[in-house]
Design a protein around this ligand. Structure first.
Ligand code: INI
Length: 156
């Protein structure tokens, strides 16, 4: 019987981050947490590229384009959709989530969902490092874990 785990050793290869400019204050905080977590796990700053999409709705296409280049071991998506600010919250949030999932399935590259969906700006900021946690950092860890998990499965 095999049991596979992804550990948090720094993997070989480059990481891409896609950030949404909409609600940029939150995205910047997520990006900062993400970069910090990657660096503290041993990923060189020079091994991380960042692309800015207009909003969360556009993130999946950018993520898929980055993943398709073959240059990255993982693509991390960061953004923020706030219910109070848009009547089409459900569409933007739902399509962003579905598109991020699809980018990973279509390319075989781990594409990580670090897009916050909240009711208020305050909730978003709290999850972007204003209080305890930073979902950008969580996304960085999920990326490292997924790269190592897929490598463990492939090499078995
Ligand atoms: N994009 C977001 O990332 N967050 C939001 O809260 C948001 N709101 O509120 O509308 C948002 N809209 C822009 C959308 O992602 C696209 O950029 C736009 O519709 C153009 O396609």
């Amino acid at each position: 019987m095999a049991e596979f785990h992804g550990d948090f050793q720094v993997p070989q290869g480059r990481f891409a981050i896609v950030a949404g400019r909409f609600n940029a204050l939150v995205s910047e905080a997520l990006l900062s947490g993400c970069r910090d977590a990657l660096a503290r796990h041993g990923v060189a700053e020079s091994a991380v590229d960042v692309a800015w999409a207009p909003g969360s709705f556009e993130i999946p296409l950018v993520a898929r384009t980055l993943a398709t280049t073959g240059r990255y071991v993982a693509v991390i998506c960061l953004g923020c959709v706030i219910r109070g600010e848009t009547p089409h919250f459900d569409m933007v949030a739902g399509q962003a989530a579905a598109g991020v999932m699809q980018a990973g399935l279509a390319t075989g590259v781990p594409v990580i969902f670090g897009i916050l969906t909240t009711d208020t700006v305050e909730q978003a900021l709290n999850r972007a490092g204003l209080k305890g946690g930073n979902k950008g950092a969580d996304a960085a860890l999920a990326a490292i874990e997924m790269v190592n998990l897929l490598a463990a499965i492939s090499s078995s």
